[in-house]
Design a binder for this molecule. Sequence first.
Ligand SMILES: [Fe+2]
Length: 205
Amino acid sequence: MLAIGQTPYQKDIDMSFKIEKIHHVAYRCKDAKETVEWYKKHLNMDFILAFAEDHVPSTKAFDPYMHVFLNAGSGNVLAFFEVPNQPEMGFDPNTPNWVQHLALKVQDRDALMVAKAHLEEGGIDVIGVTNHGIFHSIYFFDPNGHRLELTYDDSASETKISMITEEMKQEMLDEWSRTKRAPTHTQFLHSEELAEAKQQVPVGE
Ligand SMILES: [Fe+2]
């Protein structure tokens, strides 16, 4: 009998390793200095490390870069690369700009509202607070065009998450995979936030 993680073609694969956490996440930035200063000014995130080379250590390609690392709390690290020899950065034009984003946690609603006021005072457009049922979020963009989310967990978050069982998750995934239409199992999470939007008739129907 096969153990978990084995297929008939991969009998000796060792699956005893486990991912411990996200070590760091890295994005491209337009200007390393501007980025470091923006994250300090608007999100109070500290600049913890920098390194720079003319050659890329992994590929050995000549591509001078500056790599900066910011403290995202609890041992989490947000990093950026500035690569001035490359064409100006852009984003996938076929992907809506709300899809790819980085969510950062704050303690509670008070912290979120203070952050929102601070961002708006700094001239940044903020969407939300958006009610996701299990957490509540605001959204905005950094100077590089990366979408950021600040969020806090709802006080009933654990109870609500426990309503989404293992079985339900798998069923949703299978249904989506089959139909590419949103399964309705978890609509209770956004019932308040989307009540109005759901009155709208989709274009073409
Ligand atoms: Fe998110």
